[in-house]
Each structure stands twice: as structure tokens, then as C-alpha cells.
Design a protein around this ligand. Structure first.
Ligand SMILES: [Zn+2]
Length: 72
């Protein structure tokens, strides 16, 4: 389930991410993770959701997310 829109998707339609020490990463295989669907990546309210999960400010959250998305 996508943490932002709360809709259910197939795994291949979701980004699996994790937050560790106030950084957002692509899921490494260990620890807690969360999912984000591809259509929410460009949602203007997404940074707020991410900020709440990762306890960072929305601007930083968006910047980290874009880096992950652009690097595949
Ligand atoms: Zn979504």
C-alpha cells in the first residue's frame, strides 16, 4: 500500500523506500520500509507525508526522493 494515497498496487508499481537517521534510501533489504506509488512521486503534498515519516523538513525529503527516483 502506498503511504501517501493509501491505494493498493502491485509491487512493481511501487517504490520501496526506507528512512534511516533522517535520510531516505531505496530499501536495502533490512529494517523497516514503506511504499510509494509512481503517481504520488509528483504529488505536491507528498513532501509533507515524507517529512512526517522521516522526521525531516519537506524540502529535504523531496530532494532525497528525487535523487532516488532519478538514479533508478
Ligand atoms: Zn500513492
Amino acid at each position: 500500500m502506498c503511504i501517501h494515497c493509501k491505494n493498493r498496487f502491485y509491487q512493481n508499481e511501487l517504490y520501496r523506500l526506507q528512512c534511516k537517521e533522517k535520510r531516505i534510501y531505496a530499501f536495502s533489504g533490512f529494517g523497516r520500509s514503506f511504499y510509494l506509488c509512481k503517481s504520488c512521486i509528483d504529488d505536491t503534498k507528498l513532501p509533507k507525508s515524507l517529512a512526517r515519516i522521516c522526521k525531516v523538513d519537506p524540502t529535504t525529503a523531496l530532494k532525497m526522493l528525487k535523487e532516488i527516483v532519478e538514479n533508478g
